[in-house]
Design a protein around this ligand. Structure first.
Ligand code: DX5
Ligand code: ZN
Length: 215
């Protein structure tokens, strides 16, 4: 199981100490980029990602919650991203999504698609044989610390069944409200990667990562 702590919840006054724990115990680092337009919150620019990159060899998992993911793909690719995950709703158009997936692949990065909780997963079915990561949003994007939306289990199962039926191997990553009480069921439904922010950072980071790993 891939554990991808969301550094939205890292305590930046303890950057070195907490990043050191991630370097020892996590698999990926999940980096939530919000532009104040696509979602009503504003987070990190590329210099922050560069600071993580300088201090970590972990896979940098970049989740773009922005209106212009084409522009920000270039920005965060240059800053050291290993994956670029963008939202279907930034375009609401499949061929634009395919163009961006191709662009991400031309930079030798993993390409991921995400959808808001109310967007039906079938809408992006055509993309499933082109992506490396499907990020299931199990909360409304924008803020950490929200409760897991139970309908997400159906999306995860649908994606897992689809993968098996079509012999695909994209990673199903689940983002929002993940904790030690629901991680087991999320994994059983078919998740391969878990993002967690508030659960991991509000408490003992090492212990909490291990709880998710062993769920
Ligand atoms: C929400 C972000 C998530 C968020 C998860 O828009 O995409 O990555 O940080 O935070 P928790 O684990 O607190 O729900
Ligand atoms: Zn995220």
């Amino acid at each position: 199981m891939i554990i991808s702590p969301s550094v939205l919840s890292l305590h930046y006054d303890k950057f070195n100490e907490e990043l050191d724990l991630l370097n020892k115990h996590a698999d990926w680092i999940h980096f939530d980029v919000m532009d104040g337009h696509f979602v009503p919150n504003l987070t990190f620019g590329p210099d922050i990602l560069k600071a993580f990159r300088r201090n970590s060899k972990l896979f940098m998992d970049v989740h773009l919650m922005v209106e212009d993911p084409v522009y920000f793909t270039d920005v965060f690719a240059s800053a050291g991203a290993d994956s670029i995950i963008f939202h279907y709703e930034a375009f609401n158009n499949i061929s634009s999504c395919i163009d961006l997936i191709d662009k991400i692949h031309s930079k030798y990065l993993k390409a991921g698609i995400s959808i808001r909780p109310n967007t039906p997963v079938e809408i992006v079915e055509e993309l499933l044989d082109k992506i490396d990561i499907f990020l299931v949003m199990s909360v409304e994007p924008g803020f950490g610390g929200q409760a897991f939306i139970e309908d997400s289990y159906q999306k995860i199962k649908y994606l897992d069944d689809y993968k098996k039926k079509h012999n695909l191997d994209f990673i199903i990553e689940v983002d929002g409200g993940v904790n030690d009480r629901n991680a087991h069921d999320i994994i059983q439904a078919g998740a391969n990667a878990l993002v967690a922010g508030s659960f991991i950072f509000n408490g003992d980071i090492e212990n909490n990562i291990n709880k998710l790993k062993n769920a």
